[in-house]
Design a protein around this ligand. Structure first.
Ligand SMILES: C[S@@+](CC[C@H](N)C(=O)[O-])C[C@H]1O[C@@H](n2cnc3c(N)ncnc32)[C@H](O)[C@@H]1O
Length: 230
């Protein structure tokens, strides 16, 4: 799998996987990320899961075409359900799902906390929800990397269970550690989040646990980040 054909979004997520033994790729779809993890040496083995049969079959076929089926196990399952052999799992990567679904998948896989498995999360939407879940449930966000692909912007989050809950503001939920990113994709990401925050400020979107003061503060801080690009 060439870096070009995996795309910048998945490449960024893969960049957060270091020295992986067994890496789970949840919602693997086409299997391109899983294949890249093996071919780049970032993972020794992968466990690729998908809740739908057709995408999982694409991943199975991709590994067969590349003659590396022995490096992967494929599960037709919701998240990480039915995965029992968890001892060698060093990373769980979830890309392209929403923040709420990611939180549910992590919550239903206690081995992630028990074995201090590193999470690499690249939400397609609701990044605020997954950050909030991580803060509330004793995970520490280690770093974030923003990325743009096809005029859309994302932040890839690396996190691990520490057992210590983190206090947070709405700004921490919506921006998190992406605040330290400085390239063009960061600008795109902050602009996207700014639009989301403004919709909340105007009352077009109402989230539980989000207060007007928190949103006003998040808008101001996001605008301050954007001024760095002027
Ligand atoms: C938008 S695609 C993302 C594919 C790939 N991870 C990426 O980022 O390019 C979402 C994939 O996740 C699968 N999926 C959705 N919910 C899931 C769940 N709860 N558990 C496992 N797979 C799921 C879908 O069937 C689909 O193949």
């Amino acid at each position: 799998m060439k870096e070009k054909s995996i795309g910048s979004r998945l490449l960024t997520a893969a960049g957060l996987v270091c020295n992986g033994k067994t890496v789970c790729d949840v919602g693997c779809d086409h299997g391109k990320l899983s294949l890249y993890l093996i071919q780049s040496g970032k993972a020794e083995r992968v466990i690729a899961t998908d809740i739908n049969k057709m995408p999982l079959q694409k991943a199975i076929d991709l590994f067969a075409e590349n003659n590396i089926s022995d490096k992967a196990q494929f599960y037709l399952t919701d998240g990480l359900q039915n995965i029992t052999d968890t001892d060698d799992i060093t990373h769980v990567v979830i890309c392209g799902l929403g923040g709420d679904t990611m939180a549910q998948i992590i919550e239903n896989a206690p081995f992630i906390k028990e074995n201090r498995v590193r999470l690499v999360l690249l939400p397609a939407q609701s990044g605020n929800k997954i950050r909030q879940y991580l803060y509330d449930h004793g995970f520490g966000i280690e770093s974030e990397t923003t990325v743009g692909e096809n005029k859309k912007f994302y932040s890839a989050i690396s996190a691990v269970y520490t057992g210590e809950k983190t206090d947070y503001t709405d700004f921490d939920c919506f921006i998190g550690k992406s605040r330290y990113c400085t390239d063009d994709s960061a600008k795109g990401y902050f602009e996207m989040v700014h639009t989301q925050l403004k919709k909340r400020q105007k009352g077009f979107i109402i989230d539980t646990g989000v207060c007007p003061e928190g949103i006003n503060d998040a808008v101001e801080k996001t605008e301050a980040l954007l001024r760095n690009f002027e």
